[in-house]
Write a protein of this length. Sequence first.
Length: 113
Amino acid sequence: QVHLVESGGGLVQPGGSLRLSCAASGFAFSASTMRWYRQAPGKEREFIAVISGAGGSINYADSVKGRFTISRDNVKNTVYLQMNTLKPEDTARYYCYAVIGYWGQGTQVTVST
C-alpha cells in the first residue's frame, strides 16, 4: 500500500525558513519522479517543484525559483522541500505527489507575523 506522509510545516515569520519532508513507502521510490504542490484557501492547487527519480532533473515554478530547493534521499525514501525567504503569499497546504498517481495528506505552512 502506498503511503506519502508530509511533515515539517508550521508557522513562520516572513523571511524565515522551513524544510518539508515527504516520507514514502509502498512503491519503487527511487524510480519515481516526485513533485511538490501547494493549495491556498480558495485557490487551485499549484505546482511548486519536481525532481526525477535519480535527482538529476529538477524544475521549479517561477514563484519559488531561487527560494525553494527540492531534493531527495533514495535511501530514506524521502523527498524534501527547503523553503527560504518565505513570504505571506507562500501560505498554503503543501502536498507531495508521486507521479504514479498518489498524493500525501499535506502539511500546513503559514507565513505571518
